[in-house]
Write a protein of this length. Structure first.
Length: 341
């Protein structure tokens, strides 16, 4: 058998489909050379590459290749199709959903709840109920000045149901802040103080306090505005966010007075406004960011029908105010020194 060659000159183990030389004589024997037409430039052949896959199988194959090269394309595929490599409970952006509750209201409440206390203060002007934030393991608690103003007796209830006596260490009516010390307590869980200068409008927040004496009540919302001018009284006779027939803490905002008259001696601070529900008894409690840090001390709330100097028993309508925590941190040494102002 005559050896055949491919068009590139290399020997082939299979004969070519076409002859590679012209016959010397014509098929009819006339002897005319070159009677046959020249062969095509390239003999037909079957493509050697596999058939391209179409449909889902092809897409999955492409994704598999992309995953081998780098995770970016495969990740995009999971995001676009709404599925994950592991089905239910799979990772999202590198975080296992069930691994941690950080960034959730439940997570913040669990982490910070033990650092919030209920405060009951009694004095010549009556009894008031408010809230406070533990800032040291040995029992330092921050609250509003108006919660303990003029009090001769102070009691603190922790989240585990224990009750302690407390003493007023220092007060600052110009910022509506006070520091009290729980007696005979140790190993308390101190809250982490954040940075109120980093707070932005729209941030998610959680409020924890004791409205109407309901210890450890948790509400949530957002930061509605910053640097709101809130005016409160500096008079002891105005103090007390009383419950059970008592009155709320009067304050002035936007040229109007709420929850009663603020009196002649007042002070103004720039507050964080929030729509997290605040009610009487939340005063002195915590406004918390989603990292579990205290960013404000809740101090005032607006109730429908409480303007024009009239008190109201109506609940929160989403207008609450908190003293920025940086104001507290700047005042903490003065409060610890025992200053009463």
């Amino acid at each position: 058998m005559t050896e055949s060659y491919r068009h590139d000159g290399a020997p082939s183990e299979y004969p070519s489909a076409y002859p590679t030389t012209y016959p010397t004589t014509s098929p009819d024997g006339s002897g005319a050379a070159g009677a046959w037409p020249p062969p095509p430039a390239h003999p037909p052949h079957t493509p050697r590459h596999p058939r391209r896959l179409r449909g889902p199988a092809g897409l999955l194959a492409a994704v598999a290749v992309a995953a081998a090269v780098g995770g970016g394309t495969a990740y995009a595929f999971q995001e676009l199709t709404g599925g994950g490599a592991g089905g239910s409970g799979s990772q999202v952006n590198g975080t296992t959903v069930a691994a941690s509750s950080k960034g959730t209201v439940a997570g913040v409440a669990e982490a910070v709840g033990p650092s919030i206390v209920e405060i009951k203060a009694a004095g010549s002007s009556g009894q008031s109920t408010g809230s406070g934030v533990i800032i040291s393991e040995d029992g330092e608690v921050v609250t509003n000045n108006h919660v303990v103003s003029g009090a001769s007796q102070v009691q603190v209830a922790t989240s585990d149901g224990k009750t302690y006596s407390a003493e007023v260490v220092g007060t600052d009516s110009s910022k509506d802040l006070a520091l009290i010390k729980v007696q005979g307590a140790s190993g308390l869980k101190a809250a982490s103080l954040g940075d109120s200068d980093r707070v932005a409008v729209g941030d998610d927040v959680v409020a924890i306090g004791s409205p109407a004496g309901l210890t450890g009540t948790v509400t949530s919302g957002i930061v509605s505005a910053l640097d709101r001018d809130v005016t409160v009284s500096r008079d002891e006779s105005q103090g007390g966010s009383g419950q059970g027939g008592g009155r709320e803490w009067p304050f002035e905002y936007g040229g109007e007075q709420f929850n009663g008259e603020t009196g002649e001696r007042t002070t103004t601070y720039q507050a964080i406004q929030t729509d997290a529900s605040l009610n009487p008894g939340n005063s002195g409690g915590a406004l918390i960011n989603m990292d579990g840090q205290i960013i404000g001390i809740n101090s005032a709330m607006y109730s429908a029908g409480s303007s024009q100097g009239q008190s109201s028993d109506a609940g929160s309508v989403g207008l609450g105010f908190a003293i920025p925590v940086n104001d507290l941190k700047a005042d903490l040494d003065t409060l610890r020194s025992g200053s009463q102002r």
